[in-house]
Ligand binder design. Structure first.
Ligand code: ADP
Ligand code: ADP
Length: 230
């Protein structure tokens, strides 16, 4: 069974149909890229898969259990405990140090302060930013900040990591390095990964890609690791 399975997703914003009937399977430990031009529905799809948005029609199942029917509060707990998030930028709390940013995610998931700080320090070391642990986001490079964001996404050992244009604010070389770290460390904890990107060199790090146009998946659907036209 897939870790995450979506069927028949429809999402409208007023007169705009952002998702027009989308099926997606995400395998155990699989890294999936969602590609498509601006306005095609990628972000909406990511947000529905992650339980941030509720679809107008269709179902999302995490390990067979329905997510889209849960209450706001249940989905919030699910996101904190089972999911990790990496966004383009602006996701770290600017008043907190790198260590605090990672530790707080762990504490929100129920870890006591002391062990949360220990876990945070270990993750920052694993991701090569131990030296940044007492710095605030504004005192780090973009690549360092994204490594901290990856540490924060993984510290709760999530089932699925969702990344929306994770390299969008980085130069090419730094973006590739962040993708390498994101894919390798996500795999190391056994999490599945969903990456929204318009950049084929970012998608190439994933096991599989689907292409979205006008709210529909137009390529790449089908068996896990099927060959999508590039
Ligand atoms: P992408 O991530 O591929 O750029 P989006 O999912 O952001 O696509 O948007 C898909 C469509 O839905 C677009 O036409 C966009 O303008 C529209 N849309 C997205 N969010 C909203 C919103 N909050 N209100 C109204 N329309 C929206
Ligand atoms: P049940 O109460 O049906 O036995 P569990 O106690 O095993 O379910 O649920 C464990 C946690 O998983 C609960 O805190 C619940 O909020 C959360 N959860 C709810 N829906 C889902 C879902 N679709 N997938 C994964 N976890 C979920």
């Amino acid at each position: 069974d897939p870790r995450l399975a979506a069927r028949g997703l429809v999402k409208r914003y007023g007169p705009t149909t952002a998702l027009a009937g989308v099926d997606v399977d995400l395998g155990e430990g699989e890294a999936l890229a969602i590609m498509g031009p601006s306005g095609s529905g990628k972000s909406t799809l990511l947000h529905v898969l992650a339980g941030i948005l509720v679809p107008d029609e269709g179902t999302v199942r995490l390990r067979g259990r329905r997510v889209e029917g849960l209450s706001e509060r249940e989905r919030s707990l699910l996101r904190r405990g089972r999911y990790g998030f990496v966004f383009q930028h602006g996701q770290l709390l600017s008043e907190l140090t790198a260590l605090e940013n990672v530790a707080i995610a762990s504490m929100l998931d129920g870890e006591p302060r002391a062990s949360a700080q220990q876990l945070a320090a270990q993750w920052l070391a694993t991701l090569g930013v131990a030296g940044e642990q007492d710095r605030r986001p504004g005192e780090m490079s973009g690549g360092q900040a994204q490594r901290v964001a990856v540490a924060r996404a993984l510290v709760t050992r999530p089932d699925v990591v969702f990344a929306d244009e994770p390299t969008g604010s980085l130069d090419q070389a730094t973006g590739q390095e962040v993708m390498r770290i994101l894919v390798e460390s996500t795999r190391a904890v056994g999490a599945s990964l969903v990456v929204v990107t318009h950049d084929a060199s970012v998608a190439a790090w994933c096991d599989r890609r689907i292409d979205v146009r006008d709210g529909l998946v137009v390529a790449g659907q089908g068996p896990v690791c099927g060959a999508a036209p590039v």
